[in-house]
Design a protein around this ligand. Structure first.
Ligand code: SF4
Length: 329
C-alpha cells in the first residue's frame, strides 16, 4: 500500500469555485490511456478496484489541508476527487465521500466513467454532490482510438451505466467531452454524442480541447470551425453546453467593461457577430474592441454556416497546475 495521499489547493476552478483536490489513487493509475492525457501514457492499466491508501489517511490529509486553507483565510467551495488517474479505482471512494461530508463542504468527483457500469461504483458516486462523467465517444472504434481503454472494458456497459446513473443521481451531473482534431470531432460522431447526451440530460455538457502537451504527439484541438460546429450540434439537443478551453471566467455578467465581458463570454461559448454587437452597445463600446482583440490574437473570428462567430483563442501549450481540476480524469 502506498503511504502518501496528497491533496492540493484549493485552486481556482471555473466549474467548482475554489476546489481542494484529492489525489486518492497513485499517479497514473488508470483504466484508460487517452491519447490527449496530459500525464503521458498509462504504464499499468487496471480495472480492479483496490485500496491504495488507508481511508483514514485520505481523510486526515483532507482535514489538515482544509484547516490550513481556512487558517490562511482561503475559502474552500468543493472537495474534489481529481487524482492523476481514475478516482473510482479506489475501493474506498464511497466511504471517503461519506466521511468527508462531516466537513460540510460539497464533494465533487471527476471520473472517466469507465467503471460506471458497476453497481458499486454508481453507489459510491451517488454520495457525491457533483459528478463529471467523461463522454468522448459513443462509437466503439472512436472510443478505442481516443481513450485506448483497458481490454476488459465494454463501451456498451459504460453507456448503460451512465444512463442508469443519470436517472438516479440526486446531485449535479455534468459531462465532459474532450475533442481531438480528426478523431472525434467529425459531425457523425458529434451527432451520436449529442443524441446520447440528450438522453442523459447533464446539467452542463462541457466541450474541452487539449491545451497542454498530450500523451501522443500530433494530438491537436479541433480547428475553430469544428469547435463551433461541435458546440452547435450539442446545443441542438441540450439546453446548456459550455466550452472548457482553459480560461476561468465570470461569464455573462455585463460589468460595464466591454473587453472583459466579451472575453469572459467567448471563453465559454462561441458568440455570433450580432450578439457581440449588442453586448458592446450595452457596455457603450464600439467595434474597435473586437478589432483589437482579433488583431492581438486574443479572440478568433470563425465563419460557420454563413455566420461569423467569435471565440477565445486557445491558450498556449503550457503546464498550468491551477487548471488541473478542469481537465483530467
Ligand atoms: S485523461 Fe484521465 S482518463 Fe484519460 S488516461 Fe489521463 S487520467 Fe486516465
Amino acid at each position: 500500500m502506498d503511504t502518501v495521499s496528497p491533496t492540493f489547493g484549493p485552486v481556482p476552478s471555473r466549474r467548482l469555485g475554489r476546489s481542494l483536490g484529492i489525489n486518492n489513487v497513485p499517479p497514473k493509475t488508470c483504466s484508460y490511456s487517452c491519447i490527449y492525457c496530459q500525464l503521458g501514457w498509462t504504464p499499468t492499466m487496471g480495472v480492479e478496484r483496490r485500496t491504495f491508501y488507508r481511508p483514514e489517511e485520505v481523510m486526515d490529509a483532507v482535514r489538515a489541508q482544509v484547516r490550513e486553507a481556512l487558517r490562511r483565510g482561503e475559502e474552500v467551495d468543493h472537495l474534489t476527487f481529481v487524482p492523476d488517474g481514475e478516482p473510482t479505482l479506489d475501493l474506498n471512494l464511497g466511504a471517503e465521500i461519506l466521511a468527508l461530508k462531516e466537513l460540510g463542504v460539497p464533494i465533487a468527483v471527476i471520473t472517466n466513467a469507465s467503471l460506471v457500469g458497476r453497481d458499486d461504483v454508481r453507489e459510491d458516486l451517488s454520495a457525491a454532490n457533483w459528478v463529471s462523467l467523461k463522454v468522448d465517444a459513443v462509437s466503439e472504434a472512436v472510443w478505442r482510438r481516443i481513450n485506448r481503454p483497458h481490454r476488459d472494458l465494454s463501451l456498451t456497459s459504460i453507456l448503460a451505466g451512465i444512463r442508469k446513473f443519470s436517472r438516479t443521481f440526486g446531485g449535479i451531473l455534468v459531462t465532459e467531452t474532450m475533442l481531438a482534431s480528426g478523431v472525434n470531432d467529425h459531425a457523425e460522431e458529434l451527432h451520436r454524442i449529442a443524441d446520447f447526451l440528450g438522453e442523459v440530460r447533464p446539467r452542463v455538457a462541457y466541450l474541452a480541447v487539449p491545451t497542454r502537451p498530450p500523451a501522443e504527439p500530433g494530438v491537436e484541438p479541433p480547428p475553430g470551425e469544428r469547435l463551433v460546429a461541435a458546440f452547435s450540434i450539442l446545443s441542438a439537443q441540450l439546453s446548456h453546453v459550455e466550452l472548457l478551453i482553459g480560461y476561468e471566467g465570470d461569464a455573462f455578467a455585463a460589468s460595464g467593461d466591454a473587453r472583459r465581458d466579451l472575453l469572459s463570454i467567448v471563453a465559454v461559448h462561441p458568440m455570433r457577430e450580432g450578439a457581440v454587437r449588442k453586448l458592446l452597445a450595452r457596455d457603450g463600446a464600439g467595434g474597435e474592441v473586437v478589432e483589437e482583440l482579433v488583431a492581438t490574437g486574443t479572440i478568433v473570428e470563425i465563419e460557420y454556416r454563413g455566420h461569423r462567430f467569435y471565440v477565445r483563442a486557445l491558450p498556449g501549450r503550457r503546464q498550468r497546475t491551477e487548471e488541473r481540476g478542469d481537465a483530467t480524469g
